[in-house]
Design a protein around this ligand. Structure first.
Ligand code: H79
Length: 701
C-alpha cells in the first residue's frame, strides 16, 4: 500500500516535472491576453534615417544602414556625437502606446550595430558614455512603463557588428556566435535584467547559436527573472513564445504562445526619412486588420515604430497609432483576453472567443458596405443573443434566425460610423460552447486514427531565423462517441519506443511512455517511383505546403531516390515523386537528410524537421503510410541551411516492425456525438516537431 502511494506520488512528480512550470504557463496566458504591444527601433541608425552620403540607401532595412550603406564602423561611430535624444520622451511614448491600446512596450536595447541604449559596464559604446545626451534610454523607458502600468520588454540583438571578437558581418545576420561574444551577451543580459526592475519580455534576435548557448541564455534569464517571457528568436527552440519571421502571418493556430512582429512598412523598422507613407487611415486599417487576424489565431501582435534621430515619434506613426486606438478601445471586449476562434473555411470573418460561450465576429467592411445577412455554417450550440458592438453602451441587438438547412443568419445593418471600417464586430452569446466541427471531420469509432485522417496540432519551430517553420507537434481526431469506452492499441515504429506523449481527451489528459507489449512484422506493397520533378525553394525553411500543381520541371541531374544538390545556404529544392502503388497497403521508408526536410503526401503535410550538423550522422527517420492502389504524389521540401549542399536519401523498405501498446480512453457521451482525442509532444517548450507521424490508434475489435 505504502509502496503504491510512493509510486503514485512519483508518477505525479514525473508528470508535473515534464510540463512547463505553472509560473510560465500562467505567464504565457497573461502575456497573450495583452494582445497588442509596441515595438520601438531606436538607435544611431535613426539619425541618418536611411540616407547616407546624401543618397537614400534602398538596400536592406534602415536600422541596418551600417551593413548596406555606410560599410565602415569608424564613420558610423561618429553618429554618436549627434545623438542628443532631445525629443525622446519616455512618458509621452508610454501614453501613446496606451492610446493605441498597446499593453506592453519592447525597445531595442541593442541592435546589430552593437550600440547600447543603456549604460553598460562592458562597453562605452552606449548612450550614457558615448553621446552628448549622456542618458540611459532604457532606464527612462523602463521607469515610465513601471510608473504607468505598462509592461516592459527588451529587444536584444545576439549579433554585434561593433564587438571585435564577434564573427565578421554576413548580410543574412545569422552567423554562429564565438565563445567570447557569447560571454559578452551573457554579461549584458545579466546587466539588463538586474538594473531595470521587472522585465516582462526578452526579445532576442538573430545570430545562429548552438543549442547550449541558447540554453545558457534561456536559463540565465529565468534564473534572474523567472517571469520574463523569452522570444523564440533565441533559437534552438528555447522559447516561451514563438516568433514568426518578420511581418509573417500564419493562417493556422499554434499550440503555444506566439507573436507576429510587424513594421509599419515591410521595408524598414528603423526610421527612414524618405519612406513614402501614404494615407494614415489606410495604414491604420491595414495594421488594425493584421492585429485582428493575429488575435483570431490566438497570437499577439507587436507593431513597430521607428522614432527619428532626435527621439521624436514620426507624426505619421503617431497618427496611425491613434487611429488604431479608436478601434482597439471600441472593440476591446473582442480583442483582449480572448482565444482563437474557429477558422471557418470559405468565410472571410476573423473570429475570437471568450469564456467559451461568446464569439466575436469581425465582418469585413468598407466605407460603402451595405446592410447584409451574415451567414454562419451549421453548428452546435444554442445562440441566445446577438449584439452589434458599438462601445460606450450603444450596443445594438440584432435579429437572427436559423435556416432549416442549419445555417444561422444575422441581419447586420450598414456601417454608420467610420470605426465600423474595416470591420463591423458582432458578439454572439451562446447557451453553451458553440461547436463548428463538421460531420465530415468526425471519424467513426471503429476506424484507425493516423496522421492521414488527423488534424495537425501545429507549432512554430526555429533553430534560427532561417529555420523557422510550421512544426507538427501532435495530431487530433474527432471520434464518433462510442457506446462503451474506447479501447485502442497504440501502434508505433521503433524510433517511437520510449517517447513520452500526452494523450488528451475531452475528459482528461495523461502522459504515456510508448512501451511495446507486442510487435508484428508488416510487409509493404510494391510501389514504383518515377524520377522526381523539381522546383527551387529559397529563403526561410517552411512556408506553404508544396502542392502537385506547382511549376514542376524535370532535371537530368536529379534522378532516383538519392538526391545531392549543390546549393548555397538558405536555398533548397522541392522534389515531387509520382508513385504507382500496386495494391492497397503500406509503404515504408527510411529517410536521411541534411539539413531540413518536409514531406507532403497527396498534398497533405505529413512530417517535417530540420537539424544542425552533428558529429555523428543523424539517424534515419522512418515513415510508414497506408495508401490505396493507384497513383499518389509524394513531395519533399529539401533545404540547406548549414552547408554548401543539400542531401537526402530515401530507402524503401520491404517490411517493418509495428509495436503495440493497449490504451483505454473513457468516452465522453454526455457532451456530444463525438469526442476529441489528441496525441501530442510532451516537450514543455512544444516547438520541436514531435515526429509522431507513425503513431496510430487502432480500435480493438
Ligand atoms: O530588428 C528587425 C530587423 O533588423 C531584424 N529583425 C527585425 C525585428 C532582422 N535582422 N535580420 N533579419 C531580421 C533577417 C534578415 C533579413 C534579410 Fe535582408 C532579408 C536579409 C536579407 C534579406 C532585408 C533585406 C534585410 C536585409 C536585406
Amino acid at each position: 500500500m505504502k509502496r503504491d502511494i510512493c509510486l503514485k506520488l512519483l508518477s505525479i512528480f514525473l508528470v508535473v516535472g515534464l510540463l512547463p512550470s505553472k509560473v510560465n504557463a500562467q505567464n504565457g496566458l497573461e502575456w497573450k491576453d495583452d494582445a497588442f504591444s509596441m515595438f520601438i527601433h531606436y538607435g544611431l541608425y535613426s539619425i541618418p534615417g536611411g540616407v547616407w552620403d546624401g543618397k537614400p540607401v534602398t538596400r536592406g532595412y534602415s536600422e541596418q544602414i551600417l551593413a548596406f550603406g555606410v560599410h565602415f564602423m569608424d564613420w558610423y561611430e561618429t553618429l554618436a556625437k549627434d545623438f542628443t535624444a532631445k525629443n525622446f520622451d519616455a512618458e509621452k511614448i508610454v501614453a501613446l502606446a496606451k492610446t493605441a491600446g498597446m499593453r506592453s512596450i519592447v525597445i531595442t536595447s541593442k541592435h546589430h550595430d552593437g550600440f547600447c541604449l543603456f549604460g553598460s559596464d562592458y562597453t562605452t559604446y552606449n548612450t550614457v558614455d558615448a553621446t552628448p545626451a549622456k542618458r540611459d534610454i532604457i532606464g527612462e523607458l523602463s521607469k515610465a512603463c513601471h510608473d504607468n502600468g505598462m509592461r516592459f520588454g527588451l529587444y536584444f540583438s545576439l549579433i554585434d557588428w561593433h564587438y571585435p571578437p564577434a564573427m565578421p558581418i554576413s548580410s543574412h545576420n545569422a552567423d554562429p556566435i564565438t565563445p567570447e561574444h557569447h560571454q559578452y551577451n551573457l554579461n549584458q543580459v545579466r546587466e539588463l535584467l538586474t538594473k531595470y526592475g521587472q522585465v516582462d519580455e526578452l526579445w532576442f534576435d538573430m545570430g545562429s547559436l548552438t543549442a547550449s548557448q541558447s540554453k545558457e541564455l534561456y536559463d540565465l534569464v529565468h534564473a534572474i527573472q523567472p517571469n520574463c517571457m523569452v522570444s523564440g528568436r533565441l533559437g534552438n527552440d528555447y522559447a516561451d513564445f514563438s516568433v514568426m519571421a518578420d511581418n509573417e502571418y500564419p493562417n493556422y493556430i499554434i499550440d503555444k504562445p506566439w507573436q507576429t512582429a510587424a513594421s509599419m512598412f515591410d521595408e524598414t523598422w528603423g526610421y527612414r526619412s524618405w519612406q513614402k507613407r501614404g494615407s494614415v487611415e489606410k495604414k491604420a486599417l491595414e495594421k488594425f486588420s493584421s492585429l485582428v487576424e493575429v488575435v483570431s489565431k490566438g497570437g499577439k501582435y507587436l507593431l513597430n515604430i521607428g522614432p527619428m534621430g532626435d527621439g521624436g515619434v514620426v507624426p505619421f506613426e503617431e497618427d496611425v497609432l491613434k487611429e488604431i486606438g479608436l478601434r482597439t478601445n471600441r472593440y476591446k471586449e473582442a480583442i483582449y483576453a480572448t482565444e482563437a476562434g474557429p477558422i471557418l473555411d470559405g468565410f472571410d470573418y476573423f473570429i475570437t472567443s471568450k469564456d467559451d460561450r461568446n464569439l466575436y465576429l469581425f465582418v469585413p467592411t468598407t466605407h460603402n458596405s451595405q446592410a447584409m445577412e451574415v451567414l454562419l455554417p451549421p453548428h452546435e450550440g444554442k445562440l441566445k443573443r446577438v449584439t452589434f458592438l458599438k462601445g460606450d453602451g450603444r450596443d445594438e441587438k440584432l435579429k437572427f434566425r436559423k435556416l432549416t438547412s442549419g445555417e444561422s443568419v444575422i441581419n447586420l445593418p450598414a456601417p454608420s460610423h467610420t470605426l465600423e471600417v474595416p470591420f463591423r464586430v458582432i458578439k454572439l452569446e451562446y447557451k453553451e460552447k458553440p461547436d463548428f466541427t463538421t460531420s465530415s471531420s468526425i471519424v467513426r469509432s471503429d476506424v484507425t486514427l493516423s496522421a492521414k485522417n488527423a488534424q495537425l496540432v501545429s507549432s512554430h519551430s526555429s533553430l534560427d531565423y532561417y529555420c523557422g517553420f510550421r512544426s507538427i507537434v501532435g495530431y487530433k481526431w474527432n471520434v464518433e462517441a462510442a457506446p462503451v469506452d474506447y479501447i485502442y492499441d497504440i501502434h508505433f515504429t521503433e524510433s517511437d519506443v520510449g517517447k513520452k506523449v500526452i494523450i488528451q481527451t475531452d475528459l482528461d489528459q495523461r502522459e504515456v511512455i510508448l512501451k511495446p507489449s507486442d510487435q508484428t512484422t508488416v510487409s509493404t506493397v510494391k510501389s514504383n517511383w518515377e524520377n522526381p520533378k523539381v522546383i527551387p525553394v529559397r529563403g526561410i525553411f517552411g512556408g506553404e505546403v508544396l502542392t502537385t500543381n506547382e511549376g514542376w520541371t524535370k532535371r537530368e541531374d536529379m534522378l532516383g531516390l538519392t538526391i545531392k544538390f549543390n546549393c548555397p545556404s538558405r536555398r533548397g529544392l522541392g522534389l515531387l515523386y509520382e508513385i504507382e502503388v500496386e495494391e492497397d497497403g503500406w509503404i515504408a521508408m527510411d529517410v536521411t537528410y541534411h539539413d531540413g526536410l518536409m514531406l507532403f503526401i497527396d498534398d497533405t503535410y505529413v512530417w517535417g524537421n530540420i537539424h544542425r550538423p552533428q558529429a555523428k550522422p543523424n539517424k534515419p527517420t522512418r515513415i510508414v503510410y497506408k495508401l490505396q492502389k493507384g497513383t499518389h504524389y509524394v513531395a519533399f521540401k529539401l533545404y540547406n541551411r548549414f552547408s554548401d549542399n543539400a542531401e537526402m536519401k530515401i530507402s524503401l523498405l520491404d517490411e517493418f516492425t509495428l509495436f503495440e501498446q493497449p490504451i483505454a480512453l473513457k468516452c465522453n457521451r454526455s457532451k456530444n456525438n463525438y469526442m476529441s482525442i489528441v496525441v501530442k509532444s510532451a516537450d514543455p517548450y512544444r516547438a520541436r516537431p514531435a515526429e509522431l507521424q507513425n503513431i496510430q490508434l487502432v480500435p480493438r475489435e
